[in-house]
Design a protein. Structure first.
Length: 185
């Protein structure tokens, strides 16, 4: 079963890459939403920025699968997979930067100090200060095996960038409009 699956993935690298990107991307998104809404770990501004690559890559991978199912241009598929690879490499860099901020290797962005309350609004200044919740970028909310969520984001993003690059290389080697059924045989 595994050998057959691997043979099929080798025969259709663009399809396999798009499936892996979509599935791993959705699982990663489910993970960060689980940490946010179920476990109660609010994301910092850098955490929110690291989500953008997944918000773009998962729908793009789904569109690649749709395009592959109706006939495709290898240039379009290759460019789409390269776009995912670039987005994931950018995201890995952002995650590495965020990990460095958490380890205090370099300073983080200024907006990681939280929202500044509107002190000119009516009400008690002390109440406004007490209600202000600061989500810090330089404090890892959760770690497992020494890595924070930003560190795991680096690993997942590098993996998906590699998968996308492998799929792009495979898509480039195929002929335009090549039938998927031919590859499966």
């Amino acid at each position: 079963m595994l050998a057959r699956t691997l043979d099929r993935a080798r025969a259709q690298p663009a399809t396999a890459a798009a499936i892996v990107i979509a599935v791993v991307g959705v699982l990663t998104m489910a993970g960060f939403f689980y940490f946010q809404y179920v476990l109660g770990y609010p994301p910092c501004p850098l955490c929110l920025e690291q989500r953008y690559a997944f918000y773009a890559s998962v729908p793009l991978a789904a569109m690649i699968l749709l395009r592959l199912s109706v006939g495709h241009s290898r240039k379009v598929i290759t460019l789409a997979l390269l776009a995912i690879a670039v987005a994931m490499l950018w995201n890995a860099g952002l995650g590495a930067y965020h990990s460095g901020v958490e380890w205090h290797w370099w300073p983080g962005p200024q907006d990681c100090s939280g929202a500044v309350p509107n002190f000119s609004a009516g009400g008690s200044l002390l109440d406004q200060i007490n209600k202000t919740r600061v989500i810090r970028c330089d404090e890892a909310a959760w770690r497992f095996l020494g890595l924070s969520l930003a560190g795991y984001n680096v690993l997942v993003s590098l993996f998906l960038a590699g998968v996308a690059a492998w799929g792009a290389a495979g898509a480039w080697r195929t002929q335009d409009g090549e039938d998927i059924a031919k590859n499966a045989a």
